[in-house]
Design a protein around this ligand. Sequence first.
Ligand code: AKG
Ligand code: FE2
Length: 383
Amino acid sequence: MSATTVEAGVAESITKQEARSTAYLQSRLAAKDTITDADFEVPIIDLSPSFSSSLEDRQSVASQIRKACTTSGFFYVKNHGIPSPTLHSILKQAERFFDLPSSKKEDLHIKKSRYGFGWEPSEYTSIAGDVESKEGFNLGYEAGLDRSGGDGKYRNLDGTHDKANFWPKEEDLPGFYEGVAEYYGAVLELARHLFRLFALSLDLSENHFDSMITHPGGISRLLYYPPPKNPQPTKSDSLPDGEEVGLGAHSDYECFTLLLSSTTPGLEILKPSGKWHIADHVPDAFIVNVADFLMRWTNDLYKSTIHRVVNRSNEARYSVPFFFSINYEEVVETLPTCLKEGEEPKYRPIGAGEYVLERLNATTKDGAGFYGNAEVFDKGQVV
Ligand SMILES: O=C(O)CCC(=O)C(=O)O
Ligand SMILES: [Fe+2]
């Protein structure tokens, strides 16, 4: 299938139900799954053979990816080529950022952004209606962060092309921009590499998605989860369960996510039985998870699995997810090769950027968006 550009009217076809995170979550939970907990595993995939010049080697990795995507929708990658100091240094940058005095962070407040970029205080947005303890710093693609230099055609989520990222002043946090740029450049390169493996895993040609990622959307966040106010149970068997949530239950919106975290665990993945699987920390590895574009392309063959974060320790957790999207003007529609004879697409085509923006806005009160919503938020209210 060749890439099509977004058509007028696609945004209107995104229903209110999809745009509202809580309703969307409920509909996803109600969907029957064909797998059971016995099929659920989060494998560690060694990416070394994926850099080989032999197609057979690359295919062997792709088939492991396919297995993970059709069961849990989550896997770890090791030997991914990003040096360990780069990983440690971005987590250090996260610590430095969150240690800034509030007055400095206030200048970067997400209420000044149409896309939720900048600093997000704790208990500010909510993905599933819970109060969320996380504090964040969100940013999007810019050509200067892309080691390929991009093709100069990047547009924001809403199609505009003014500068969208907020950066702390160099004198407030020396070296922060360079640190983030180094990490972002490396993780974007890895995401492009992984996308070729995803294509292979779907029996497509390796370069199937290449023309869609010349100036791709790539939101990344630095996240800080403080230790809980009250000690939390060491595990949880149901949803919802009244725990102190760091980040509420959700699926990610784009193609797939690459998640780096500090050693404190916290990511919980919903198993088919409704119990939570607590993901172990694997040193120097990323957790990769299928997100909603891949679910839609594959008509549910690949699972965009619900997950959340609960910090059950008495230490801080830092994480850095990178949400890899295609170019925002592209349309995501079911791949004909993922439809069996006589099977209909379950999902209508969506404009990539518009869809992500609607899902992001749905995390704000009444879906009103971030921009200029200070009064609502300054009262400390969440959705
Ligand atoms: O911080 C984490 O471990 C997970 C973050 C996440 O799921 C998200 O930001 O979508
Ligand atoms: Fe997520």
